[in-house]
Design a protein around this ligand. Sequence first.
Ligand SMILES: Cc1cc2nc3c(=O)[nH]c(=O)nc-3n(C[C@H](O)[C@H](O)[C@H](O)COP(=O)(O)O)c2cc1C
Length: 173
Amino acid sequence: MKKIGLFYGPLGGSTEKVAKKVATALGNENVDLIPVKNSKAINVEKYDNIIFGMSTIGKETWESDKPANDWDVFLPEIEKINYSNKVIAMFGLGDQISYDLHFVDAMGIVGEKISQKGGLIVGHVSTDGYDFRESLAVKDGKFIGLPVNEDFEPELTDKRVNNWVKSIKPLFK
Ligand SMILES: Cc1cc2nc3c(=O)[nH]c(=O)nc-3n(C[C@H](O)[C@H](O)[C@H](O)COP(=O)(O)O)c2cc1C
């Protein structure tokens, strides 16, 4: 298998913690862990196997004029990436207890841009076991990536990560 570029942000919180768990589950030797902050499309294009890891910190932030977090800053790069021959998977930190109308929306926003450019997103996840009302990350009845809730369901994280990694690992090149 070719190396996987795992681009994640923000640093220092639950997203980083889960990014490291995903890398361990895939085999650390197979993964380059790269902060998305300051990354450019050209850095992502070096990889055919790509994972994007992010948290959702609110709709108002995504739509604000001033970039406020790592993914706001990176969003324009998402549209510049040439996705031909690339396999992309995503995980998203969120909290469906406090934000049940915007659960892991960030994955939906990023995923929509990737799909518009013809990118192949793998690793869709059943909504079973997640109690929420609305999420931009649900397409055709499934999450387009793995939702993780470290705020209220940290005991489920390892199982969620390991099951997801088992499903995506064979799909990488
Ligand atoms: C101000 C704020 C807004 C948030 N908005 C959302 C949201 O809209 N949807 C969601 O699923 N989680 C939301 N969350 C929960 C975070 O995504 C969650 O705490 C996540 O684990 C944070 O990851 P981080 O430590 O890597 O930043 C919000 C958290 C904060 C503090």
